[in-house]
Design a protein around this ligand. Structure first.
Ligand code: GLU
Length: 297
């Protein structure tokens, strides 16, 4: 029997806090329970916000917690070619298009529509959907804008992508969505509109690299926070378009701060480093996030 493969995938753009500890320790516990492998992946495609110092701090925190991941671990910024290859396939299949609009242009367009009384659709995170201008450009217009050196991102043509599907998309959820959804979940990627597949400054995006890596690393169980529950619909779509294996998903509770809000990267006194410095032990951390024990493997 092949062993289950779990992964913890932090972004080194800030300090790990109790929410990350919960995610990491839950991956540890589930891997131990199932005799699975445990991988670590540094999701550092945002090269302006991610730094080697923050990556080193994450390793210190994880080692202190006693997380025993396989080495060497994967660092996304070492693998641009993998993402470029996946992007090239989507370009060849004409499922993505170059998007030139600047943030300011997008904002002004949507504000103008809303001032005219139009209700502009929003994605599950509350961000307005990308407007249609770039999708509607002719091939020759695209060519000349690229020739002019205008920077562009690659965005998924959501309607074209959905047209490639032979059946509705689903995923198996062993955790729960925001309303307790569990079991076989119907994926609805259309609610995200034309998502970014490759940013202006990098040949990838969170959505593209996460599905490429989960497949390349043979991940069978994605255990992560509920804030990524809705994004799973986009991940399922990309997996289907690229013929990638589909893991099982487990979205867990978020650890909330005293103000009832999700913890942020500027975690202050909920950062693992601050807790460690104030005398907390890994067992205390496990207890604080509701996982009673943390076994040193
Ligand atoms: N890198 C993402 C984060 O730190 C997690 C991605 C995932 O688990 O799919 O929020």
């Amino acid at each position: 029997m092949t062993r289950p493969v779990f992964r913890f995938a932090p972004s080194p753009n800030g300090a790990l806090h109790l929410g990350h500890a919960f995610s990491a320790l839950l991956n540890v516990a589930m891997a131990e329970e199932t005799g699975g492998r445990l991988l670590l992946r540094m999701e550092d495609i945002d090269t302006t916000r991610c730094t080697p110092e923050l990556e080193a701090a994450i390793l210190t925190d994880l080692d202190w917690l006693g997380m025993n991941y396989e080495c060497p671990y994967r660092r996304q910024s070492d693998h641009w070619d993998d993402y470029q290859e996946a992007l090239d396939r989507l370009i060849d299949d004409e499922i993505v298009y170059p998007a030139f609009l600047t943030r300011g242009e997008v904002r002004r367009y949507i504000t103008a529509r809303e001032e005219e009384g139009e209700e502009w659709p929003r994605d599950p995170d509350g961000a307005p959907l990308f407007p249609p201008q770039d999708r509607q450009r002719s091939a020759s217009e695209r060519k000349s804008l690229i020739a002019d050196g205008l920077p562009f991102a690659w965005r998924l043509d959501m309607q074209a992508a959905l047209g490639h599907l032979r059946a509705p998309l689903h995923w198996e959820e062993t955790g729960a969505g925001p309303f307790g959804e569990t079991g076989t979940i119907r994926a609805d990627p259309a609610q995200w509109g034309d998502v970014v597949i490759a940013r202006k400054e990098t040949p990838t995006s969170y959505h593209l690299s996460v599905v490429v890596d989960d497949a390349l690393q043979g991940v069978t169980h994605v255990v992560r926070g509920r804030d990524l529950y809705h994004a799973t619909a986009v991940h399922r779509l990309l997996q289907e378009l690229m013929g990638l294996a589909v893991p099982e998903y487990h979205h867990h509770d978020l650890i909330l701060g005293d103000d009832g809000r999700k913890l942020s990267k500027s975690a202050g006194d909920t950062s693992l480093q601050a807790l460690r410095q104030s005398g907390a032990t890994p067992t205390d951390i496990a207890r604080m996030v509701g996982l009673e024990t943390v076994r040193k493997a």
